[in-house]
Design a protein around this ligand. Structure first.
Ligand code: NAD
Length: 468
């Protein structure tokens, strides 16, 4: 707690702080005017955002290359195209998601009608991180706008090229009076968190999440916290280890391992570890060549601080593949660490980089116990063909998401809500889950005054009324 408090800096100077406060006041006034409520306004904004993503794709790709060395293909599949799909799915389904839902009325109140209606919350704040700086800024924005809110988006200062580009492009395409981009780091975030929002949607690490949640207390603002943690991958004996290895390598080394749902470590059951490690090495060579540094498909570490943190994590295990880095180029090879145990340093924190440790466990019971002794992860993966194992993992463990046979991809299934549990977060979004997050579900009861069937409920309560 003390460290968290001391991490909170003094707010920025009054001029900048007042500008932020004034901007939020304007957004609140625009929401109050009712402008963002009609579905036509929401749809128009989503279409404009789609146009931005299509027309400005080259500039967006350049920014992602500058910030994270992302290849154009990865930029498209995990960021730009991802958000386009989210918009298309939302445009197609928005009317039905927003439709009021009738519910039955108890006999004692009949005749009457009851329904739920969705109303926007008001002015919401979206704070996004650097690792998927377009996806994790704009996918929440899609939900916030589709639900009819005015929005402040605060992109991460650690992906500066993307942050600057979003600040330039969003006002060119979207309704600037309803959607604001405020750039900056901790001082700006701190000033924003002092304002009154109707929802705060934060993606990032769990320490800052505590600061966000503490700030939200002041206005009783609900929060969605999309966090991370160590997502395990369990590998059972008897499965196709070559395919397992390829899928693990794909899931782990996309974006150089800087993915919240990347498999953090492998729990290899029984005698699978040795063969699996060889197959993992082979899959790395197959996908990124003998020298992954030269691969156009392999990204870079976001900055020197994270590079140094990651290279320090190499201590303790045996490098089975990779292990080399180049600080100048922020390159760290896709690395497999063997001989790792629970007390090796790499197991003490979320890795969030291209290092995959393999731990040996005797059986499924031990794997489940290992998972359950730790914080609830954002994702749990298992490579198994056994329905019994799948059933046991579904009921005996808790995680934000659960993937059998394929890591990270569950978040790209449009109608699966995406979110964490416990230390990996609270709340969820994507598709209709975003509408749930950014709306209030209002209960409406409607009874005509024409015929007073409520007389039985009124005092005085006579014997006859009681018998009925
Ligand atoms: P980051 O450093 O970019 O921080 C996230 C945001 O928080 C930024 O906009 C930053 O400006 C802001 N911030 C930082 N300090 C703050 C403070 N004191 N007060 C208010 N705001 C502050 O990103 P990060 O935290 O390094 O992101 C990595 C973490 O995020 C990992 O744990 C990862 O697993 C998690 N993550 C989760 C998801 C998800 O969808 N669940 C996605 C991506 C990343």
């Amino acid at each position: 707690q003390a460290t968290i408090q001391s991490a909170v800096p003094a707010p920025i100077d009054d001029g900048a702080g007042e500008r932020i406060a004034a901007r939020v006041r304007e957004l609140r006034a625009v929401f109050a005017s009712g402008r963002t409520k009609p579905i036509d306004w929401r749809r128009a904004q989503l279409r404009r955002l789609r146009a931005l993503l299509v027309e400005e794709r080259p500039a967006l790709e350049r920014a992602l290359k500058a910030d994270l060395g992302k290849s154009p293909v990865e930029a498209h599949t995990t960021e730009i195209g991802f958000v386009v799909n989210e918009i298309d799915h939302t445009l197609k389904n928005l009317a039905s998601w927003l439709r009021p839902k009738r519910v039955a009325v108890p006999m004692a109140m009949a005749p009457a009608r009851a329904r739920t209606v969705r109303e926007p919350l008001g002015t919401v704040l979206v704070i996004s991180p650097w690792n998927y700086p377009i996806n994790l800024a704009l996918a929440p924005l899609v939900g916030a706008v589709a639900a009819g809110n005015t929005v402040v988006l605060k992109p991460s200062e650690l992906s500066p090229a993307t942050s600057a580009l979003l600040a330039e492009l969003l006002p060119r395409y979207l309704d600037t009076e309803a959607i604001a981009v405020i750039e900056g780091g901790v001082p700006e975030s701190t000033a924003l968190l002092e304002q009154h929002f109707d929802h705060i949607f934060y993606t990032g690490n769990a320490q800052v999440a505590r600061i966000v949640m503490a700030a939200a207390v002041k206005h009783l603002t609900p929060v969605t916290l999309e966090l991370g943690g160590k997502s395990p991958a369990i590998v059972e004996p008897g499965v196709d280890l070559a395919t397992t290895a390829r899928r693990l390598v794909w899931g782990k080394f996309t974006n150089a391992g800087q993915t919240c749902v990347a498999p953090d470590y492998v729990l290899a059951i029984g005698d699978t570890a040795d063969t699996l490690q060889k197959e993992l090495g082979a899959a790395i060579t197959e996908m990124f060549g003998e020298d992954p540094k030269a691969s156009p498909d392999y990204g870079r570490i976001v900055n020197e601080r994270h590079f140094d943190r990651l290279t320090a994590l190499l201590e303790g295990g045996t490098v089975v593949a990779g292990g080399r880095g180049d600080r100048e180029d922020l390159y760290l090879a896709p690395t497999i660490l063997g001989d790792v145990t629970a007390d090796t340093p790499v197991m003490a924190e979320e890795i969030f980089g291209p290092i995959l440790p393999v731990l040996r466990v005797p059986d499924l019971d031990a794997a489940i116990a290992f998972v359950n002794e730790r914080d609830k992860p954002l994702a749990l993966y298992a490579f198994t063909e056994s329905d019994t194992t799948k059933r046991r993992l579904t009921t005996e463990t808790s995680s934000g998401g659960l993937g059998f046979g394929l890591p990270i991809a569950h978040l790209a299934v449009p109608d699966l809500p995406f979110g964490g549990v416990g230390e990996s977060g609270m709340g969820a979004y994507h598709s209709s889950a975003s509408i749930d997050t950014f709306s209030h579900v209002k209960s409406v009861l409607d009874k005509s005054l024409a015929l007073d069937t409520m007389r039985l409920a009124y005092a005085p309560i006579t014997d006859l009324k009681e018998r009925i």
